[in-house]
Design a protein around this ligand. Sequence first.
Ligand SMILES: Nc1ncnc2c1ncn2[C@@H]1O[C@H](COP(=O)(O)OP(=O)(O)O)[C@@H](O)[C@H]1O
Ligand SMILES: [Mg+2]
Length: 233
Amino acid sequence: MSCMELRNVSYTYPGEKMPVINNLTLQIEKGTCLAVRGDNGSGKTTLFRLLNGLAFPDTGRYMFEGTVITEKYLKNNRASKAFHKKIGYLFQNPDVMLFNGTVYDEIAFGPRQMGLPDEETDRRTRDCLQLFGIGHLAEKAPYHLSGGQKKRVALAAVMALNPDVLILDEPMAGLDAGSRAFLHDFLSQLKKAGKTLIMATHDEQLVRDLADQVLVMEMPNMEMSDTETPETV
Ligand SMILES: Nc1ncnc2c1ncn2[C@@H]1O[C@H](COP(=O)(O)OP(=O)(O)O)[C@@H](O)[C@H]1O
Ligand SMILES: [Mg+2]
């Protein structure tokens, strides 16, 4: 059984004519790394929204560990919790992920939501603060941090849940060289630890070192429109 499988999946945004995802079939085995490439506007983030159950195929099927993921299935609270506990999602723009008053609370939020005991939550939060080199920021407001610091905090918050699958939307974007090297190394270690990684990235070296599979998203047929594609989150 694959970790994730898309079968002939198509998706069109409500009110739009062109599908962003068009008849996509894809299989991701547990413990492997899929790199997703493609120009801005080619549908990488949309694909990740489908994989995270934030959007649903119009046609075709998405299966996670053998279970067909539908809107109805995720309406069930227990099913939804189990699904989201297994998948960590780093958004392209960390601003949309950060909403707590302090970095500490930001990282502790997920474990608290999952109902972990206070002690375990505190242990995980401290581990993540240390792992990502952000211990000195623990009492700061995420809102005031630099872009690279925000990304570290967002990733720490994702890792605090110890997900089996990590979906990372342009994790290297906006990071300085030191942070990129750190993240490259960190992701290699996750892969060695058996995690399944799915990442949209333009980082050639990262793709060469980690990817077992590369998916190149094609631009939807743009002939009908001459407008610039906005950056989306
Ligand atoms: N909420 C939305 N409603 C309508 N169109 C959208 C929405 N979000 C993204 N799109 C469009 O879908 C296409 C793919 O966007 P996206 O998945 O963000 O691409 P990428 O992540 O590869 O840059 C783009 O043409 C974009 O304008
Ligand atoms: Mg994107």
